[in-house]
Design a protein around this ligand. Sequence first.
Ligand code: PEP
Ligand code: MN
Length: 340
Amino acid sequence: MIVVMAAHASPEQIKDVEQRIQDWGYGVHPIYGQARTVIGATGVPEADKGRYMESLEALPYVEQVIAILRPYKFASREIHPDGTVIDVRGVKVGGSHIALMAGPCTVETYEQTWESAVTCKEAGATILRGGAYKPSTSPYSFQGLGEEGLKILKDIADKLDMRVITEVMDLRNVEMVAQYADILQIGTRNMQNYDLLREVGKVKTPICLKRGMSAKIEEWLQAAEYILLGGNPNVMLCERGIRTFETYTRNTLDLSAVPALKELSHLPVIVDPSQGTGRRSLVIAMTKAAVAVGADGLLIEVHPHPDKALKDGAQSLTREHFTQLAADLRPIAAAVGRSI
Ligand code: PEP
Ligand code: MN
């Protein structure tokens, strides 16, 4: 870390800061400038950095303390230069192949999920999505079928040789949901639920960590760090749109986050254009764009009868739309050196 001394700091005060850093056992590298002195402190362990930074920042003769390394270590590409490929029971997420994850927003009935899943599978999806525990803004809207929904998902996915991605909301349910799911989704509303993040860090089931709707990229990577630090290395990040002043779209799908994350992190990046736009026509266009900017996977809502959907009908693709979209994506993927 770098300590920027205040312009008025006296030689004694500079000495004091140097002494503190030395007493903590770290290297001291001062640069005495004309107007200001800057002190580099080397060897400070990640776990102690925050505490020391705060204590130095509290001194009136210190202007600023800057961390040099990023505040997430295990999520950073600096310590893991190659992109991570996650093995979801034989289906790879990351690498040259783009994973298609599709299915209904919510598991409503066996038939509805089956009809969606069959089309998704035929069009090339390898991972079946569907919510059994739904985080709803309104307590009056459908909350999901719970474990019954998980059984439906698992049964259908097994019959079609697909993997299951589904959301876990409650840390008390992690182990139970993991018995049915191949990927545990952490929803946007729970990205900073640190108890839940710690809990999913204890299992080995791959995690799809959605971006908090108001989260900065750095906060999102720090949330991923909780899971990685807990011992679960299988984390993928999912851009699903953020809150901006725009209300025409449900969220603002931040596709610039995809290449940004690729620079900063080794973790696979998924894009969810369904929650990201809220409108079917836009989902189609933004899915294509997601492939072009380097997404490693896509999470798309498909419903056999969107007009009858209990949730998110307006953003759900019909089966015909999805089949067409999957075909249209292939040349785009090929153009950027990927396959679907
Ligand atoms: C969903 O995938 O249906 C969902 C509720 O996602 P998010 O947490 O991104 O809103
Ligand atoms: Mn949804």
